[in-house]
Ligand binder design. Sequence first.
Ligand SMILES: CC(C)(COP(=O)(O)OP(=O)(O)OC[C@H]1O[C@@H](n2cnc3c(N)ncnc32)[C@H](O)[C@@H]1OP(=O)(O)O)[C@@H](O)C(=O)NCCC(=O)NCCS
Length: 190
Amino acid sequence: MNEALKPQLIMRRPNLDGLPDELSLPEGYSERHYQEGDAEAWSEIITESFEEEWGVERFKEYMLGDVSFKPERIRFICNADGKPVGTTSAFRRDDKYGPDCGYVHMVGVLKSEAGKRLGYAVNVAVLHQFKREGCPDAVLQTDDFRLPAIKTYINLGFLPDIVDDNQYQRWRDIYKLLKVDAPEIIMQHD
Ligand SMILES: CC(C)(COP(=O)(O)OP(=O)(O)OC[C@H]1O[C@@H](n2cnc3c(N)ncnc32)[C@H](O)[C@@H]1OP(=O)(O)O)[C@@H](O)C(=O)NCCC(=O)NCCS
């Protein structure tokens, strides 16, 4: 990856208070957790949205093989035909963020379903999952160019968690592009 985009951006929701009760899904859409047989659907969504090959074997190794995997931690939004069209996961990264902090992992929506705020909905489902599990907060890693994702995370109450001095300016640029007022911590830093 381009050196200017390193280190990766981190966003944190400092608590899980005030989550929306409803996912606000379009008519006929539904939300559920992972079931056996969902590997192909997950692979299709993530391969298309990340524009990178995420085949079933890679899914099995990376997601089902993760120590934090539980079926209820992989969430899907299904369209009116019952087809999974968006996903994200409520995992952990103990080594980086500790055992209790919720780690939002692998967010993607099929391009044909973009623009319906399904990314917001599936992330609300993940935040609800963290809350059920008693997590005090949630964290995620992202990249400067992922503007729809970052806007979604801001809408959900995530804030930049600065891990390198170069991120102050990177975050100022992002908030400017998104036409959102940047938080004080970003603006005050020289
Ligand atoms: C992130 C993702 C799931 C969001 O999908 P979605 O819910 O369909 O997103 P939407 O098109 O509804 O847009 C979400 C928000 O971003 C805004 N947005 C969309 N495209 C944008 C752009 N190019 N620039 C700025 N803002 C943009 C929308 O206006 C919307 O904001 P609002 O709800 O405040 O109006 C989807 O873009 C995706 O799969 N991206 C590729 C994978 C990825 O980057 N995952 C995140 C890894 S950290």
